[in-house]
Design a protein. Structure first.
Length: 188
């Protein structure tokens, strides 16, 4: 028998505890995301996987926007974020800080997600692109590589918020006993 847990039983941490807790060594770069609901969803997913930071680039809305705030459900208060007009400048900055940068995109010579192995001693930046145009080619060119989610249907297209969830889960699994140990997530 499985009893559904009440909210007070979920062992949620406070925003302050989140800010102090160990983070998954990943930052997200949102490259010209047009849907404010997608941006809010990325904040919630980033909170769930305790990532370091989100960079909102180009036309991507910031949490001050009502729709982003409504969908993020307060996760924008926990997850660090920064707005930058130019995606390429963020990529270059992160590379100088030692991040390996990967575009999540369907491109030539990609690494299939199940074959990408995260090194727990490195930091990563993941670029997710516009819902129609994907990651800009100049951002792909500046990246250290591309990661692709294998797909088997007719569309070969996933919503960005779904894509972020899939990629973060795949990269987080090997880190569960290292970076996230200070507050262990509940097993689902």
């Amino acid at each position: 028998m499985h009893r559904k847990l009440q909210n007070e039983e979920l062992n949620r941490i406070s925003t302050e505890e989140f800010k102090q807790a160990g983070k998954t060594p990943v930052v997200i770069i949102l490259d010209n995301i047009r849907s404010q609901n997608n941006v809010g969803s990325v904040f919630r997913t980033s909170d769930a996987f305790r990532i370091e930071k989100i960079y909102l680039c180009g036309i991507t809305s910031t949490p001050e926007n009502r729709e982003v705030h409504k969908t993020a459900l307060g996760a924008e208060d926990a997850v660090d974020w920064e707005y930058a007009k130019d995606t390429l400048s963020v990529i270059n900055q992160l590379k100088t800080e030692g991040y390996q940068v990967f575009a999540i995109e369907q491109a030539e010579n990609t690494t299939s997600l199940e074959n990408f192995h995260i090194d727990p001693n490195r930091r990563y930046a993941l670029i997710f692109g516009n819902e129609v145009k994907g990651v800009q080619q100049e951002a792909i060119d500046a990246s250290d590589g591309c990661i692709e989610i294998p797909q088997f249907g007719t569309k070969h297209s996933l919503n960005i918020s779904v894509t972020v969830g899939i990629v973060l889960w795949q990269l987080t699994v090997p880190l569960l006993n290292t970076h996230l140990h200070s507050t262990t997530p509940r097993q689902a």
